[in-house]
Design a protein around this ligand. Structure first.
Ligand code: CA
Length: 417
């Protein structure tokens, strides 16, 4: 996308995540529509299936009336990028068919507040990385002390594990506090019950837009061709269950009960203008992990807790640019052994913490394992997440007055049953 200034005939607030430069993809439903692909501008959605009744994109309408975007994404970036740019042209041209045809406009344009956003993709496989150096260092200090905070492999490869796709939900859901085995420090044997240390993890995830065959590897240079876009990702975690179960194979039931994504997939193309230089990676990485250019992204991230019946309190502000490894490196590493990837696969960043205490991306770090409780605006304290709390993750890029945002990922914790 060019850096030229674009003006839409839509009324878009200056602080809207959904400017003319964004145009993300999602799936919605309402009283009349079971599921249609859509985009967003300002506080409205654009029904792409209805819009294509005017043949503006020259693509099959069938892919726009599926429950998920996988078939649309499978058309390939040359097509999906063209759809986005055509939409951008329609929304900037005051003589476009969408502006001048009142009947079409009525079918296509709907208030975001009046539709329900659905899971945008069918996630076949989900991987979670551990790529924020501040997060890995904080957790390492808690577990092993300052001297051995980072494990010897950490600066040589993007550590990750295969997670669970079935419990990834779109923003707006609720879930029950998970139950499971925990072993209190003073107990001889484990106990079973609701997690007492329920946590969020501030993450983003990228969505695979192009499949590979087994045996094929994606290079850092080509990785962008395989990444359709990004969403916000909250990797809910039960720290007490995790502490007992994770040795030696990593997290299991402490992570697979729920994850929450934002409903709009912001395309990699919309994020390109916000690329920034990544971390200096020292020691140097093996050649397959090296890359050229500015491959990190300046995404401002924020987490708020909204207690039952109360107002949200911001508890953390961080930034995606704090990631030590880039998405391109994560994907290159993921496929270097020939592991095949499929459209709709989701790969999460790992908790994104910054160097400052207010930039820590989990309660575990913000309250330092519960030793320094946070105070919310209503005066109540939190060590971890309470029943009735809604955790709201937001994120956006902004540069030269152009804003491209993700909307939000929010979910509410219900008491264990
Ligand atoms: Ca995680």
């Amino acid at each position: 996308m060019s850096s030229t200034q674009l003006t839409t005939w839509f009324n878009v607030a200056a602080d809207s995540d959904f400017s003319i430069y964004n145009l993300p993809f999602g799936v919605y439903s309402d009283a009349n529509v079971k599921h249609h692909a859509c985009s967003a501008i300002g506080d409205t959605i654009i029904d792409l299936f209805e819009l294509e009744s005017a043949d503006v994109f020259n693509i099959s309408r069938t892919v726009l009336e599926q429950p998920v975007l996988n078939d649309f994404i499978a058309l390939g970036k040359p097509v999906t990028n063209a759809v986005r740019l055509t939409l951008q042209a329609l929304l900037t041209n005051p003589d476009s068919v969408l502006k001048t045809n009142a009947d079409l406009y009525k079918r296509v344009v709907k208030k975001q507040s009046e539709v329900k956003m659905l899971m945008p993709v069918k996630v076949g496989d989900y991987t979670d990385f551990y790529s924020s150096i501040d997060h890995a260092t904080n957790i390492g200090i808690m577990l092993r002390g300052k001297e051995n905070a980072l494990m010897p492999n950490w600066k040589h490869l993007p550590v990750g594990y295969h997670g669970r796709a079935s419990s990834i939900c779109v923003s707006g859901h609720t879930f029950r506090r998970p139950k499971g085995q925990q072993k209190p420090a003073d107990a001889e044997v484990p106990v079973y019950g609701p997690s007492k240390l329920l946590d969020f993890e501030l993450e983003t995830a990228f969505i695979i837009g192009k499949s590979t065959e087994m045996g094929e590897s994606v290079s850092t240079a080509n990785a962008a061709d395989y990444i359709f876009g990004m969403v916000l990702f909250n990797d809910w975690s039960a720290r007490d269950i995790q502490a007992w179960e994770y040795i030696p194979l990593g997290p299991f039931l402490s992570k697979n009960f729920a994850s929450t994504i934002s409903p709009w997939i912001v395309t990699l193309e919309a994020l390109e203008p916000f690329r920034v230089k990544g971390y200096t990676q020292d020691p140097p990485l093996l050649p397959y992990l090296q890359y050229q250019g500015d491959k990190n992204v300046d995404i401002k991230l924020e987490v708020a807790i909204q207690p039952e019946g109360g107002k949200p309190s911001t508890i953390c502000t961080s930034n995606y640019r704090y990631m030590y490894y880039t998405m391109e490196q994560q994907l290159a590493h993921h496929t270097v052994n020939g592991c095949n990837i499929n459209i709709g696969d989701m790969m999460a960043s790992g908790t994104i913490s910054g160097p400052e205490p207010h930039e820590f991306g989990s309660m575990m770090e913000l309250t330092w394992r519960g030793t320094k409780p946070l105070q919310l605006n209503d005066g109540t304290e939190r060590k971890f997440i309470n029943d009735g709390d809604t955790v709201i993750v937001t994120g956006y890029c902004e540069k030269d007055g152009k804003r491209v945002g993700f909307g939000k990922s929010e979910a509410k914790v219900l008491p264990a049953n």
